[in-house]
Write a protein that binds this ligand. Structure first.
Ligand SMILES: [Zn+2]
Length: 530
């Protein structure tokens, strides 16, 4: 089977989308999930455009990946200087990332109006920059920005730019539809010409945007024309109307067009991975999203249901299990018995058949109430532990009370009092905080860290709230996702309630309980990027 490489740019181009923001630790979790899915390249960003990116590259240098290579992204050198004098290129080659992705100009309109660089100097900038990175032992992917606009304007010069990257030693030249202006026929035509001219010596890639709602179609057209690498983002997140959606491109290439992208069993992780990326970005998964949406294989009409029961092919374009989705899907991918058992063993928990069955029922019931475990790996593990009997509660709550006072001078004060039992002893603690969750956290921790001092080191690194209105006509329900860290590993927990304090409390308690469970099991489960 012919291989097509997948290049994920969720963490770079995807982060240009409205309201997209992830911490360095969250990005590492995304990298792990993408690696588990089997993508070949993960573009992490520019190694040190700010402290957050610097931290990301520092964290990533310790992460062992199975299938993916991390790409550091940067631009060709500035005009009029040598590549080694360019700070940006120096940063790129000094990063640990084995691959440098360089973006450069292709379109004369940009050379004239934006960068004011001559055509000749632009070609020199491309050759110099690529060969500089190659000289430092890096693999190079070259992104030809505005390639298709340039092609329409002057195809000869566009081809020269690609040749310059090839001369410099790039292993891949990627044709970028940066403005999203192109339609599939044009993309196929230009890609076929490039492949005919250069395809024997360099891999051709495609990077498309969804401005004309054909981002995916354009990418597939380019592969049909001979491109062998596709760049995109999970769920098509990205600037304006988004990038080409890898969650649709992967199944189309592998399950419909017969290319090999990832090992066959990994396509089953697609739905879970897509939902994980949505959850961690605090986006609601789109129920109507192709392949991975909750409704993608849901059948309503009586005739459809009967047809699907007789033979699924009558009303389904694809077997939903191949992409990790399921028919009649009210329940998520985690509720399958197989995945429950494999998660449990990954976390060192023994689940017998009865316990696995109970766990599946519990997941279904809780998902019905608004729980989603894709980004709450620690809560999921605790649920499995409770069913397996291998679970020790950290404390028993007697009661808590939180008050917030706002005064005429604008001051706001919050105080929490909790009464809990820890190993047979009653503790009553009062604490102030900058908000109700913080005050509860401080009070609870002061009670339990007397006996469990290591729980003092846990940091709550992220707190995300979403209002769910989709449940049961009970009015809105609040879902809280909490990310915690002990400096080595990160974990996510969830709480759901009509009351935001109660939902936050649940997520907070699960975070501490998770940290309290035996150590070896914790290290094990940290490797499973839910
Ligand atoms: Zn782009």
């Amino acid at each position: 089977m012919t291989q097509v490489h997948l290049y994920d740019t969720t963490l770079r181009d995807g982060m240009q989308g409205q309201g997209m923001s992830l911490s360095a630790a969250e990005k590492v979790r995304v990298v792990r999930a993408l690696d588990r899915l089997g993508v070949h390249f993960i573009e992490a960003g520019f190694p040190s455009s700010n402290p957050k990116e610097e931290e990301l590259f520092r964290l990533l240098s310790d992460v062992e990946l199975e299938t993916a290579a991390v790409c550091a992204f940067g631009m060709t050198r500035r005009r009029g200087i040598a590549a080694e004098e360019d700070d940006g290129l120096q940063t790129l080659v000094s990063s640990f990332a084995p691959v440098c992705t360089l973006v450069g100009k292709t379109w004369a309109l940009h050379l004239e109006k934006v960068t004011r660089v001559s055509r000749e100097e632009n070609l020199a900038m491309i050759i110099d920059s690529v060969s500089f990175c190659r000289g430092h032992g890096k693999r190079v992917v070259y992104d030809a920005e505005h390639f298709f606009d340039a092609w329409r304007d002057d195809s000869g010069y566009a081809m020269e730019c690609l040749r310059a990257a090839m001369t410099g030693g790039a292993e891949n030249v990627t044709l970028c539809d940066t403005n999203g202006a192109s339609l599939p026929g044009e993309v196929a035509g230009a890609a076929a010409s490039v492949v005919a001219e250069l395809g024997e010596r360099v891999e051709v890639g495609i990077h498309t945007h969804n401005d004309a709602e054909v981002g995916v179609a354009n990418a597939l057209a380019a592969v049909e024309a001979g491109a062998r690498m596709v760049q995109g983002t999970i769920n098509g997140v990205g600037e304006r109307c988004g990038n080409a959606n890898l969650a649709s491109i992967l199944p189309a290439l592998q399950l419909k067009m017969g290319f090999e992208c990832v090992s066959p069993d990994r396509t089953r992780l697609l739905t879970e991975t897509a939902h994980f990326v949505d959850e961690i970005c605090n986006l609601s998964p789109d129920p109507d999203q192709p392949y991975v949406g909750r409704n993608a294989f849901a059948h309503k009409g009586g005739m459809h249901v009967a047809g699907v029961q007789a033979d699924a092919r009558t009303f389904e374009h694809l077997d939903p299990e191949l992409v990790g989705n399921s028919r009649d899907v009210l329940i998520s991918e985690l509720s399958g018995r197989g995945s429950v058992v494999s998660r449990a063993s990954g976390a060192g928990i023994e689940l017998d058949a009865d316990a696995a069955k109970r766990a599946v029922e519990r997941v279904k019931e809780r998902e019905h109430r608004g729980y989603h475990y894709e980004a709450a790996d620690a809560s999921f593990e605790l649920l499995l532990r409770r069913e397996s009997g291998d679970y020790t509660p950290l404390f028993r709550l007697e009661s808590f009370r939180v008050t917030t006072e706002k005064r005429a001078d604008g001051g706001v004060e919050t105080e929490a009092t909790i009464k809990v039992w820890v190993e047979g002893r009653r503790h009553v603690r009062t604490a102030e905080g900058n908000g109700p969750v913080n005050a509860l956290d401080v009070a609870l921790r002061s009670a339990i860290t007397e006996l469990h001092p290591h729980l003092a080191d846990i940091e709550l690194v992220n707190y995300k709230v979403r209002i769910l209105d989709e449940h049961q006509g009970t009015g809105a329900v609040t879902r809280v996702l909490l990310d915690s860290s002990d400096g080595h590993t990160d974990w996510g927990t969830i709480g759901v309630s009509e009351n935001i304090i109660e939902a936050s409390w649940e997520a907070l308690v699960e975070s501490l309980e998770y940290a309290f469970q035996p150590r070896e099991a914790k290290a094990e489960s940290a490797r499973v990027p839910t």
